[in-house]
Write a protein that binds this ligand. Structure first.
Ligand code: UD1
Length: 422
């Protein structure tokens, strides 16, 4: 297992480019299953999660090959199995995205239940409901979702969940509906740009979908889809993480590919904290100065403040000049980073779904442990600001979502290295 050793307290300065979006790319790889032939994705980030999805597709019989540094070719003409095994799905919940495409093209799928994750239960009821409403029979057997559908027939389906729309369920239903008979109307669909990107890719494959970016998607089923070539959007969560690296070190960081529109609620919160962010060089530039002001943030589905930026933002607010409040509107228990930040000297009181952050003047290096991807990113950010040496352990979580993290941070002037732990 590797760890990061960070010598903190350096001001970061310079520019980095955002990688391709992990969360947009994962369902797109599954979407390649919908068409016989070779689909090519460009701007694919080199990440552990992408390799896991590649392994899922290979387990189904597909050919998956890197044909360039960030280019993947997926040959779905050889798919001859319809089981996504426990061993892969338990590693990554997004593997669930093969469910819709398998049922649509092969009328059968067995996908392991993903289980919970480090920050709480993550149900799959909306995924199952979506397929059932299209006419599939869906049973749970031996820890697997077993779906069969001699025919899929479009209809009006409401996908409202307790915390608003579900990205994953919207993706599964979208993909299944592309090959269903007739018209499927998805109500309360996810509006995330990642979902829009998936719609654009499916459209390039010959699907007929209207309403992308709105809460109602209308899918008119077609007989078959064709393989496509598609360039994945940039990763806005990664982009914002580097902007925060600038903020937490009082630095000056530009991220090429950061999208001002996607990040509006994030930059609005930063503005409230007196942190200036402005469009620059095909992205965003942040000029930081500590301490930042305290703010109130509530996470919500897009176009709200992204839950995937909550831990990293919490890290910044540990150094605010007063009391900040965070309310987690999506995952009430997503605060595994709080006790670890406390090891660095932060003062965060958690009463789910709320965290009160009482800003401190300084953080000090310590040993901390990443419990999940974004919590890990939060600890790296805090380590960049902390005086002395911070050791972030279990960074395999961070490798799931950040390509070349240490190279990028080093190019900005950070002192961070990856060290193998016995
Ligand atoms: C995606 C992102 C993840 C992000 C999350 C919320 C990917 C690969 N992952 O995950 O990084 O944190 O969106 O923005 O894109 N829910 C149900 N029943 C379901 C499905 C979801 O109740 O069947 C609930 C969830 O518990 C959660 C909310 O709906 O409270 C949103 O989850 P969802 O959008 O489905 O998350 P994912 O697509 O899994």
């Amino acid at each position: 297992m590797d760890k990061y050793v960070i010598d903190g307290g350096r001001r970061l300065e310079g520019a980095v480019a955002a990688q391709g979006s992990k969360n947009a790319c994962l369902p797109m790889m599954a979407a390649a299953l919908l068409a016989e032939g070779v689909t090519t994705l460009r701007n694919v980030p080199r990440l552990a999660d992408i390799e896991t999805m590649a392994a899922v597709l290979r387990a189904l019989g597909a050919g998956v090959e890197w044909i360039g540094p960030h280019e993947v070719a997926i040959d779905a003409s050889t798919v001859d199995k319809h089981v996504a095994p426990y061993d892969l799905v338990r590693r990554m919940r997004a593997s669930l995205a093969v469910l819709g495409p398998l049922v649509a093209r092969f009328r059968r799928a067995e996908v392991s239940l993903p289980g919970g994750c480090a920050f709480g239960p993550r149900p799959v009821d909306l995924h199952l409901k979506a397929l059932r409403e299209l006419g599939a029979t869906v049973e749970l057997e031996g820890g697997y979702i077993v779906a069969e559908a001699p025919a899929l027939v479009g209809k009006r389906i409401n996908l409202s969940g307790p915390a608003g729309p579900s990205r994953g369920a919207t993706a599964n239903l979208l993909m299944a509906a592309t090959l269903a008979e007739g018209v499927t109307v998805i109500e309360d669909a996810a509006r995330e740009p990642e979902t829009v990107d998936l719609v654009n890719m499916l459209t390039a494959m010959g699907a007929r979908i209207e309403g992308a970016g709105s809460a109602e998607l209308v899918v008119t089923g077609v007989e078959e889809l064709r393989p496509a070539e598609y360039e994945v959007m940039r990763d806005q969560i990664e982009a914002a993480t580097y902007l925060l690296a600038g903020a937490i070190t009082g630095g000056d960081v530009t991220v090429e590919g950061a999208d001002p529109e996607y990040l509006t609620p994030f930059t609005a919160a930063l503005a409230e904290a007196d942190v200036a962010v402005e469009p620059a060089a095909g992205g965003l530039r942040l000029r930081g100065e500590l301490p930042v002001g305290p703010v109130e943030v509530r996470t919500a589905p897009y176009p709200g403040f992204p839950t995937d930026l909550q831990p990293q933002t919490t890290a910044l607010l540990t150094l605010a000049s007063g009391r900040s409040v965070i309310v987690e509107g999506i995952y009430p228990d997503r605060y595994n980073h709080a006790p670890e930040l406390a090891r660095l000297g932060a003062n965060v009181e958690v009463t789910p779904p709320t965290a009160i952050i009482n800003g401190v003047h300084k953080l000090y290096g310590a040993y901390v442990m990443a419990s999940d991807l974004r919590a890990g990113a939060a600890l790296v950010l805090a380590g960049l600001a902390a005086g002395g040496e911070t050791n972030v352990r279990r960074i395999y979580h961070i490798d799931r979502g950040y390509e070349d993290l240490e190279e990028k941070l080093t190019s900005l002037g950070a002192a961070i290295r990856r060290v193998a732990e016995e």
